[in-house]
Design a protein around this ligand. Structure first.
Ligand code: KG4
Ligand code: ZN
Length: 338
């Protein structure tokens, strides 16, 4: 039948977002990020995030409808992130979606935020189920086999930090600007990845679980040794440390991806999503691995890898087609494993 038009809302972390999606077409995708509000605190402050979401959601929705050139009455359903995430933000979104649904009589669909990320390669590239995806962001690191819009098998995940978190901490320890991923990547361009020895955590253990906290410890030790030996860090030291750190993250993610692919039969391709998927070296290494396995490689554009509401609208449409709508008893879930 005809593609339905969905309004999606996202407010589970520090981005307030609204989007209108029809089939695989993104009619609009508005993201209001809160980085500036949290900058002075060195991290996301939940109370500030919740208040900002509550204030910004209706503006984002209005803008998304305007840019999509549709009226609220043209929308077929309303999808909203119902978890996991910071409870205040998730609640803001869920209450807004319920209000819109009650006022318009349009169906309400609660979407898992991680499902949104995991289905993005279908939105961007139309990849068929089942496929393997590596989610790598500031908050997540996991391998999922995606069998359907609400059907996932987790093959492994980090037992401590997420890689993005490790990039951010590395930048902080070396005096580079936040977010750490891009600044570490840039500094590493002129670095020698072999000068400093970094561990390759958990490679000695079978399976697809990952660990990144040891890399931070290794970095701290090498940094402090340089400082005590020579009184400070030279630009070349920083670049070499960044290159060594980045190579360790890359090697671990590639080797664990190799294992995850080996354990997955019948998949149509390998996809990657999340902010860390922006890393050029990592992307290239994962693409090579995918090619070696004869699989299509999908890495959505960065704006759709990071938090957005188009992925929520799309995941909502896929879930709606399979399972129908939720009702007004939909609740916000701070924890919601796939
Ligand atoms: O998916 P995302 O925007 O937010 C969530 O975690 O939800 O991911 C942000 C993370 C940050 O930790 C940032 O440092 C990292 O992605 N990142 C990168 C790069 N660009 C962003 N990490 C490595 N290389 C990059 N080029
Ligand atoms: Zn996310």
């Amino acid at each position: 039948g005809r593609d339905i038009t969905i309004l999606g809302l996202e407010s589970s972390c520090d981005d307030t977002a609204a989007a209108v999606v029809r089939g695989r077409g993104i009619l609009s995708s508005v993201v209001a990020d809160q980085t500036a509000l949290h900058a002075a605190y060195g991290g996301v402050v939940p109370e500030i995030a919740a208040r900002a979401h509550a204030e910004k959601l209706d503006i984002c929705i209005e803008q998304a409808l305007t840019e999509a050139k549709v009226a609220l009455s043209d929308i077929d359903a309303i999808a909203v992130t119902a978890g996991p995430g910071l409870i205040g933000g998730v609640l803001s979104g869920v209450m807004m979606a319920k209000g819109l649904s009650a006022a318009t009589g349009k169906p309400l669909i609660g979407v898992n935020h991680l499902a949104g990320h995991a289905l993005t390669p279908r939105l961007t590239d139309g990849i068929e189920y089942p496929y393997l995806i590596l989610l790598v962001s500031g908050g997540h690191c996991q391998f999922l086999r995606v069998d359907g819009p609400t059907s996932f098998v987790r093959l492994g995940s980090t037992i401590d930090d997420a890689p993005g978190e490790a990039f951010d901490k590395t930048a902080r320890l070396l005096g580079l600007p936040q977010p750490g991923g891009p600044s570490v990547e840039t500094s590493a361009l002129s670095g020698d990845e072999t000068r400093f020895v970094f561990p390759r955590p958990l490679l000695d253990r079978p399976g697809c679980d990952l660990s990144f906290s040891g890399l931070k410890t290794a970095l701290l030790r090498q940094r402090d040794q340089l400082v005590s030996n020579q009184g400070g860090l030279h630009a070349q030291d920083i670049s070499d440390l960044c290159a060594g750190f980045q190579a360790a993250v890359r090697d671990v993610l590639v080797e664990k991806s190799r294992r995850a692919l080996t354990g997955c039969t019948g998949i149509t391709g390998f996809a990657v999503a999340g902010g860390v998927a922006a890393n050029t070296q990592l992307r290239a290494a994962l693409e090579t691995l995918s090619n070696q396995n004869g699989l299509a490689f999908v890495a959505p554009p960065l704006a759709l890898c990071t938090d957005n509401a188009a992925m929520i609208a799309f995941a909502g449409a896929e879930k709606f087609a399979l399972e129908g709508a939720d009702d007004l008893t939909l609740t916000a879930r701070p924890r919601w494993p796939l």
